[in-house]
Design a binder for this molecule. Structure first.
Ligand code: ATP
Ligand code: LTN
Length: 331
């Protein structure tokens, strides 16, 4: 039996090369060895204000980008979170087991409620419980998530313990974080002290997967670096430059040292021009596939439906067990 992997990305903003390098590219490499479920977390997106028309478009676009980036719908279960109603059903059960105190400690809640101080809704607070439901429904063994999501995964593990203390064992599997080989964290292009984030208000901070080449060139060219002249990897003193070197290294599959050697005696500008070209080259086939996919919405809908059906089969089995265990009558 293959181990089960599950992960998702919230449907906010535009998928970036940070998401690609830090998440989706790794998801892709796992699809041969594991039983993988990847979804678009559209329900999680509702914790911030959304324009309905934009959200609809974005969900379709994210799904198409998953495919274009190489996630194979035959090898993986690819779906939209809202297409599997068991997520919200289990989420309610888990909400009733989760102490407020645990949620109060979540740093993402604290950060996001500062960012969205006019819309601190209850969903923002219970976000991690829905995430726990996402994971536990599928008996997932391993969860590839970035640093920022580790605390949520820890909470999910706590919830399993709370459930088992009250209702006994055997309903959920205890999930573990999956730490990939290259856990590269890509930083913002204008401020390398914070991570590249897809819902950043300033689009100069990130390169989106579907940015046209001209835009990519412009953004990389205007990436903030120090005023030095020697190309070297030094995240502390040359954070901006080091971030560009990291991106270069991951996309070219060469070590940072090799790249630094190649650029000996050259200026930052050279590196930027070459990096922009590399990013455009890497994204070119992805963008072509994406354009193709977006032309045929019916096909995308059909793939979504197929994925959701596959997911529901598994999710409903877990939910049935849960309802039975907690004393709800069969329907
Ligand atoms: P948002 O800005 O909307 O909060 P995000 O860019 O942080 O979004 P998520 O949806 O939270 O993206 O994350 C999707 C996946 O991408 C997660 O596994 C996360 O760890 C990874 N990821 C996000 N940003 C980066 C980054 N800059 N570098 C590496 N990995 C990243
Ligand atoms: N909160 C996650 C997205 C997400 C997720 C999940 C990741 C929602 N549910 C379940 C892993 C497993 C994020 O990365 N922002």
């Amino acid at each position: 039996m293959k181990k089960i992997i599950l992960s998702g990305s919230t449907a906010t903003g535009d998928l970036t090369i940070g998401n690609y390098i830090g998440a989706i590219n790794n998801w892709k490499s796992l699809q041969e060895e594991f039983d993988c479920l990847y979804f678009v977390a559209d329900l999680h997106a509702l914790t911030v204000k959304q324009d309905p028309e934009q959200l609809r478009k974005r969900c379709l676009s994210f799904f198409a980008q998953y495919l274009a980036l190489g996630l194979d719908p035959d090898k993986n279960t690819l779906f939209l979170q809202s297409h599997v109603p068991e997520h919200t059903e289990l989420s309610w059960v888990l909400t009733c087991l989760t102490p407020m105190g645990n949620l109060n400690r979540m740093t993402q809640f604290k950060d996001k409620s500062q960012q969205h101080s006019k819309n601190i809704n209850a969903g923002l607070f219970t976000y991690p419980v829905l995430m726990a439901a996402d994971i536990l429904l599928y008996q997932a063994d391993l969860i590839p998530v970035g640093e920022d999501q580790k605390q949520h995964l820890e909470l999910c593990r706590d919830i399993v313990v709370y459930f088992e203390n009250h209702y006994g064992e055997g309903v959920f599997k205890m999930p573990e974080p999956y730490i990939g080989e290259q856990g590269a964290r890509i930083m913002s292009l204008q401020d390398a002290s914070k991570k590249m984030s897809k819902s950043d208000e300033n689009e100069k901070n990130f390169v989106s997967i579907i940015d046209p080449p001209k835009k990519i060139q412009k953004k990389i060219k205007s990436a903030v670096t120090d005023s030095g002249e020697v190309i070297s990897y030094d995240p502390e003193n040359k954070a901006g430059l080091s971030n560009l070197l990291t991106i270069y290294s991951v996309l070219s599959k060469r070590t940072v040292n090799q790249i630094v050697n190649d650029y000996e005696g050259k200026m930052y500008g050279h590196l930027k021009v070459d990096l922009a070209e590399l990013v455009c080259e890497t994204l070119k086939p992805v963008q072509e596939k994406y354009e193709d996919l977006m032309k045929n919405e019916d096909h995308l809908q059909a793939l979504m439906k197929k994925g959701a059906n596959k997911a529901r089969e598994r999710a409903s089995a877990t939910l049935k067990n849960v309802y039975d265990r907690i004393g709800l009558l069969p329907r």
